[in-house]
Design a protein around this ligand. Sequence first.
Ligand SMILES: Nc1ncnc2c1ncn2[C@@H]1O[C@H](COP(=O)(O)OP(=O)(O)OP(=O)(O)O)[C@@H](O)[C@H]1O
Ligand SMILES: [Mg+2]
Length: 500
Amino acid sequence: MGKAVEFVKINKYFPGVHVLKDISFSVEEGEVHALLGENGAGKSTILNILHGVYSEYEGDVILHGKKVAFKNPNDAILNGNISKVHQETMVVEELTVGQNVTLGYQPKKGLFIDFGKMHRDVDEILEELNCRFRSRDIVRTLTAGEKQMLAIAKAIYHHSNIISLDEPTASLTSKETEALFAVIRKLKADGITILYVSHHLEEIFQICDRASIMRDGEYIQTLEIKNTTEDELIHAMVGRSVSAVASRLKPCRAKDEVVLKVEHLSDNEGKYKDVSFELHKGEILGFYGLVGAGRTEVMRVLAGADRKISGNIYLKGKEIRGSWNSTKALKYGIGMLPEDRKTHGFNKLDSNYNNIAISSLEKYMSGVFTSDGKKLKNAEHFFQELDIHPNKPDYLTVNMSGGNQQKVILAKWMSTDIDVIIFDEPTKGVDVAAKAEIYRLMEELVEEGKSLIVVSSELPEAMGLSDRLIVMSEGRITKELTDREGFDSDAILNYAIGGN
Ligand SMILES: Nc1ncnc2c1ncn2[C@@H]1O[C@H](COP(=O)(O)OP(=O)(O)OP(=O)(O)O)[C@@H](O)[C@H]1O
Ligand SMILES: [Mg+2]
């Protein structure tokens, strides 16, 4: 077998930064090849070069022995038979699946689109991929996982023989992830080359043949997965040993004092029903459940992002009455790090230090104005603490890598003086080393007397972090586990699927 992709001495610069430094490595035809590295290492950038998103770079990209230079991703799909499937796959929600898959290249009968053939062709691909939706379905009705399958169907429709997936499982349920892996194995069996980026190392061991490691814009090495341990992978990525296991290093800080009490919270759509619980001072309270269990919806009400329909909320003994919104919630001392950070997390036009300061402006006053110097100083502290790359507090947040954007938003919440912080999937898209740093910071926060709610869909994380763990299933609390030592993963999973 030959080489599907060869990168030869690739260099890429953005204004003021050298993000890819002399990268050379190759990917064999028909293998599943992982691209691994910490947040900001350059994984998405090299994929963007491969797929024609960036056409300005130094060095050569060679596909199946031939040098290529794509002008844009469409050029890459049509003329290079190479497709990229990523989390925010661009779809037109109001069109059918078939229209999205074939967009711009529909089969024609004379001057007109041959809808019959279009749907037959697309359905054939969907069937082969074992998808349950069909070509005539409207895209709006699909789940995140199904939209990803749509993107894969599109790659197949265009006869792609190289497909890259950049963090494809970040918002998939475990069932959808399994379905995706089945498809990846099938594509591989058909001789298609796969490039795969993920921060979930267990996935790498499940489906990848080899892994190329990048660190800080440099190529480090390519490893054969079956001859490599998880610790070796982490060491190659981070340059030192880091534990990949969520754990507590400090003792429980929870006091008897109740800071937040929720009684019979329900909406009128059935997304959450009769939710009651208490949060104690200094406690880390975990909320575990499957994607769609209603946890985020509950948290959004507590943080004032959504209206309260029925039930009572008490903060430090005082019942919340009247209108409730996020500004008021912050005044009462409760705030939330949202799961969907791309749309809710930061201001696109602002620098890191401004984004970090935005929810705690009173801290940076100098006379009647806020002082940039004070905001910068605060940001510098968190850039150190959270090891944010590149170390440029004055950069636009939108130009940071995905995982580093998360860290910036985390720093925003850590800068506030609120007592109750809700973290919704705090480590989504975050690399192993940064995960460990986030866990340590959470321990510091409870040591300072803050109280945390951590919503997580990763069971080891929920179990490893929480003093107490609440399990939700289909909008209801199915179990509250108070004995951290006695957390049992099988039992918790069972509560999460609604059993008891
Ligand atoms: N448009 C841009 N302008 C300036 N710098 C950028 C731009 N896009 C990316 N960068 C920088 O390039 C570097 C590599 O980013 P990239 O997105 O490739 O990282 P990554 O390995 O995909 O990280 P993550 O795991 O967080 O997704 C980062 O330091 C990032 O800040
Ligand atoms: Mg990335």
